[in-house]
Design a protein around this ligand. Structure first.
Ligand code: NA7
Length: 542
């Protein structure tokens, strides 16, 4: 029998987190093995190939800054990049830094068990392979475990059924077809205008109306791009001081909305609406903190919807109740305008309409509860698209059977919701690192910046252990408990925990309701730096 293979580091996932981690480990001369379920690098940008998919952070900011030549040489074509362009960028990075030889593609990590005797992790893949490692890093992304709701009759549908987050690589031909789409989050809102322009007829099944703002996307002026590149390091540094690690070029803090005169408020909101993009709520300090202030912004957008959408009933159905930005704010191109097209129909399957009763072989049946189809309306479809999101943040971590000390499963430890220290490590799971894990800024920050910060921290931590003849790092129960309380306290100061969003796990039936990301990137980074300066405070190194 051959001896079991051992590497210093196993990395699960070859998206932007996994790729950079592999780069850092190789640069430090460490043995590393990456695993990736997909056929190539790119992570979320490998899977989300639906029409209209693009990033909601500007191209010049949603990119790596660890290599000056890389950031100088790459050219983006649009203000907000499309999925194909971001995927090409990821592939370029993989080529340039020769990352692929260290990644096994089309391979899913099924289990990872910590062996207290050897202090190593035993990792098993779906092709039956096993290897051991000293450090086990989950770089699996926050939005990678697709949520395909178990709606009755789903599998009986006779047409083409696709999920936006698992879009078929050879595409879905919707030309002239009767298309239905369930879900109006970011994916649905990006896809709907593009689908409407191609389909014969588009039916949108909306459960909750969603706030979205115009992106004002367009070609990226090469001269502007060159100008940004001249002082790229300064832009990156300024972005790291922003709450979400992006958008410093547009920063305009204006005091509190509740203190502003109606005229000033209006002028500011008008300006931001025309400027476009996701920074609408970064204007006044109190918009994400005080529901009263938030309502002023929400009302402004509600008015805009009424202005844009011709049919007042459709406009009313599209108008969200409640606060803006509590669910992740979406930016769009021509979303509300799309409902003025004659071939688009909005069906409310939420509290203001009748629910989806079931999916049939030929379409979707919508009707009052308990009527078993009588009085319901059947929508005949050739193509049915699920834009129903993800089991966010914990989904892909818990899909792997991770067991720490005493054989305890991570799923068991997190039965009441995720607990971590810094979103980086979990008590009972020594040498396990989670990149952009729950309890870190993650999805509330520019993901590439958050990813680089975590990977840098992990890489430097491993260097530190090595340099000091240490092999193991694990958070202390006190530090973990304090961190969880800290994250909750910060979140409770905001409006975030007040609504049914995927940030709190509300989109997945039975998922514990816990606010998972941490608002405020700069304070978080400061804390991570203090932890290191304090000799890895809150961790036991042995
Ligand atoms: P989201 O934002 O979770 O949106 C999913 C949408 O699907 C949302 O409108 C949901 O309505 C709807 N949904 C989910 N399940 C159902 C069922 N069973 N029936 C009807 N409608 C349903 O996912 P996205 O992919 O759009 O975006 C995720 C993130 O990816 C996004 O924020 C960006 O960061 C990138 P609900 O609101 O729950 O009532």
């Amino acid at each position: 029998m051959s001896e079991q293979r051992h590497v210093e580091v196993v990395v699960v996932g070859a998206g932007f987190a996994g790729m950079y981690l592999i780069y850092r480990m190789r640069r430090a001369g460490r043995s590393v093995q990456g695993f990736e379920t997909a056929g190539d690098v790119g992570g979320t940008w490998y899977w989300n190939r639906y029409p209209g998919a693009r990033c909601d952070v500007e191209s010049m900011e949603y990119s790596y800054d660890f290599d000056e030549d890389l950031q100088q040489e790459w050219t983006w074509t649009e203000k907000y990049s499309t999925q194909p362009e971001i995927l090409r960028y990821a592939q370029h990075v993989a080529d340039r830094f020769e990352l692929r030889p260290h990644i096994r593609f089309n391979t899913r990590v099924e289990a990872a068990y910590y062996d207290e005797g050897t202090g190593r992790w035993l990792v098993r893949t779906d092709d039956g392979d096993e290897l051991t490692c000293q450090f086990f890093v989950m770089a699996t992304g926050c939005l990678s475990s697709a949520n395909l709701p178990d709606i009755e009759g789903r599998d009986s549908f006779g047409g083409v059924l696709a999920h936006t987050g698992r879009w078929p690589h050879d595409g879905v031909d919707v030309t002239g077809k009767r298309v239905g789409i369930i879900g109006t989050g970011s994916s649905g809102i990006q896809a709907i205008p593009v689908l409407a322009a191609q389909a014969g007829h588009l039916t949108v099944f909306q459960r909750t109306a969603q706030f979205t703002l115009p992106a004002r996307n367009g070609p990226l002026d090469p001269a502007e791009q060159d100008r940004i590149k001249e002082t790229y390091a300064e832009l990156r540094a300024a972005n790291r001081k922003m709450p979400g690690a992006f958008g410093s070029r547009y920063a305009r803090r204006k005091g509190n909305a509740l203190d502003a005169t109606p005229e000033r408020l209006r002028a500011e909101f008008d300006f931001l609406w025309e400027q476009g993009g996701p920074l609408f709520l970064a204007s006044f300090r109190d918009l994400m903190l005080d529901p009263e202030a938030n309502r002023l912004a929400a009302d402004f957008v509600r008015e805009k919807i009424a202005e844009i959408v011709d049919d007042p009933e459709t406009a009313a159905r599209l108008t969200p109740h409640g606060l803006i930005g509590c669910k992740r704010l979406v930016i769009d191109t021509d979303y509300y305008e799309t409902y003025n097209r004659p071939n688009v129909m909005l069906v409310d399957v939420g509290s203001r309409g009748d629910p989806i009763q079931r999916i049939t072989p030929t379409g979707v049946l919508v009707g009052p509860d308990g009527t078993e189809g009588e009085g319901g309306e059947h929508h005949e479809l050739d193509v049915l698209i699920f834009a129903t999101g993800f089991d966010a943040m914990t989904g892909s971590l818990l899909r792997v059977d991770i067991r720490g000390r005493g054989g305890r499963a991570l799923a068991d430890k997190w039965a009441n919701g995720p607990v971590t220290y810094l979103g980086l490590n979990v008590v009972g799971f020594p040498n396990l690192f989670t990149v952009t894990g729950p309890g870190s800024p993650s999805v509330l920050a520019n993901m590439i910046v958050a990813t680089e910060q975590h990977v840098d921290w992990i890489s430097e931590c491993i260097e530190h252990l090595d340099a000091n003849g240490l092999t193991t790092i694990e958070a202390t129960p006190e530090a973990e408990a304090e961190w969880v309380a800290h994250v909750n306290a910060i979140a409770d100061r905001t409006i975030f925990p007040t609504c049914n969003s995927w940030y709190v796990g509300a989109n997945i039936p039975g998922k514990p309701r816990v606010f998972m990301p941490l608002p405020g990137f700069p304070n978080y980074v400061k804390r991570c730096e203090e932890v290191v300066a304090g000799g890895y405070e809150g961790f036991v190194l042995s």
